[in-house]
Ligand binder design. Structure first.
Ligand code: 5AD
Ligand code: SF4
Length: 438
């Protein structure tokens, strides 16, 4: 039996697409190899969001070429956003790549692997949902649920719309049917996915229209689903109906990833984010009013073209004012074909790095403080099994999406109440409360 190995880069949408890729390869009779060295088919599901992602992938492809020189039967397959962005040049620049498919063409993977010449590549055309393909889930109690694909925003730094196409929402009936069947399979936690998840439904024909808020309520009503998260929302689409649906749906976790990108209204405008500092802070206020314990995380880009010291200071000020639980921090990376890559006033690398360091200090300080505030509280934790270092300690996630370590150990997929005793900026740690007799 030929064996495959999939290496996944990038966002959760890619992680989910990789489950579909694995499902398809297994349906075609392949088995999974434990690591790249033992595989006959190497699949790279790629990301191109920043230059660093590209560089890493190219290194992997060169390693694969070395292996292929020794073993000509090895197949090298590239899927995902980088493949789409390189559609014109991929087989010329990397002639040892056997097949390549963009994120809208995962269903063509098998055909591309069997084909010769040009047909080894399948790109563009975002007609079919990967969601309709077989999948192989990593965990039986958690699942991704794809609501939409593509993105209609025009953020000036971002390459995603050009590699994932325009936004298309899945039919609500299909989404809810998948959610129900996952629940029947024993899934308790769902992560709703979309490039811009909370603009879900706007492109559906009026007779079938379902808003994101309605979808949250619909999934919340499914028996057995006790945790719902979603990613990534855009602040512009975080309207009152969504906030109310979050607050009123028991299963929706008290947690939100709300990408800020910059705290400077001037930079936000150049990024084409369509909100400014005031509107973002107002939104945080409304979220906290509705859900006082909500954990907020965010994405921040430093060194966007034209960012002055004052603009960066605005970002730090917003960060301090919100007091996020955590953040992903990025150095701006110009992407070919995006509007911002053409801006004249690119920020020097040294300045970008210096700002990133200052921001990371603030992020760490708030992460430590937000976690420390949980000492003494009892948190619901969904166990993901033993911790990496000690089988007597379990690891899981709180509803606020914090990594929790606890004793005594509990089997993966079970929910326990943990009294938090100590914390770091990365984890919270505590002891399972014995249930109080009623
Ligand atoms: N440079 C740096 N960071 C970027 N992101 C998106 N495009 C770029 C870019 N060109 C970040 C944004 C986004 C996250 C997924 O990646 O913060 O929210
Ligand atoms: Fe990377 Fe964006 Fe593609 Fe996700 S959608 S894999 S973050 S380029």
């Amino acid at each position: 039996m030929r064996r495959y190995h999939v290496t996944t880069f990038g966002c959760q949408m890619n992680v989910h697409d990789s489950e579909r890729i694995k499902g398809m390869l297994e349906a075609a009779g392949l088995g999974e190899a434990p690591d790249r060295d033992e595989a006959d088919v190497l699949v790279f599901n790629t990301c191109t969001i920043r230059e660093k992602a590209d560089d890493r992938l190219v290194q992997h492809l060169h390693d694969a070429r070395g292996r292929k020189d020794r073993d000509p039967d090895l197949q090298v397959v590239v899927a995902g956003c980088w493949a789409e962005s390189q559609r014109e040049a991929i087989f010329k620049d990397f002639p040892w790549v056997d097949a390549a498919v963009g994120p809208g063409r995962i269903s063509s993977l098998g055909d591309a692997m069997r084909a010769d010449g040009e047909r080894r590549g399948a790109f563009g055309s975002f007609d079919d949902f990967a969601a309709d393909l077989p999948q192989r889930r990593e965990r039986n109690f958690q699942a991704w649920l794809q609501l939409s694909m593509g993105c209609n925003s025009v953020c000036s730094y971002c390459i995603v719309p050009s590699v994932r196409g325009r936004e298309r929402s899945r039919h609500p009936r299909e989404v809810l049917a998948e959610a129900r069947s996952l629940a029947v399979d024993g899934v308790v936690e769902l992560m709703l996915l979309g490039q811009n998840v909370n603009s879900y439904g706007r492109d559906l024909p009026p007779a079938e229209r379902c808003t994101f808020a309605e979808m949250l309520r619909g999934v919340d009503a499914i028996d057995g689903i006790s945790r719902i998260r979603f990613m990534s929302p855009h602040p512009k689409d975080m309207r009152g109906d969504v906030i109310a649906a979050m607050a009123e749906s028991d299963a929706v976790c008290e947690q939100l990833h709300l990408p800020l990108q910059s705290g400077s209204s001037r930079i936000l405008k150049r990024m084409r984010r369509t909100y400014d500092q005031g509107r973002y802070l107002d939104l945080v206020g409304r979220l906290r009013h509705a859900m006082p314990d909500i954990a907020l995380t965010t994405d921040v880009i430093v060194g966007f073209p034209g960012e002055t010291e004052q603009d960066f200071q605005d970002t730090l000020d917003v960060y301090e004012a919100v007091g996020f639980d955590h953040a992903f921090t990025f150095i701006y990376s110009p992407r070919n074909g995006t509007e911002a890559a053409g801006f004249e006033d690119q920020v020097p690398d040294a300045v970008k790095h210096e700002r990133l360091e200052r921001l990371v200090d603030v992020v760490q300080r708030h992460a430590a403080a937000r976690n420390a505030a949980l000492v003494g509280t009892v948190q619901e934790v969904l166990s993901e099994g033993p911790s990496r270092t000690d089988p007597h300690v379990s690891r899981g996630k709180t509803r606020g999406n914090k990594t929790a370590l606890f004793t005594p150990a509990a089997a993966a997929g079970t929910t326990v109440q943990v009294r938090i005793e100590e914390t770091t900026s990365q984890t919270v740690r505590g002891t399972v409360e014995s249930p109080v007799p009623a």
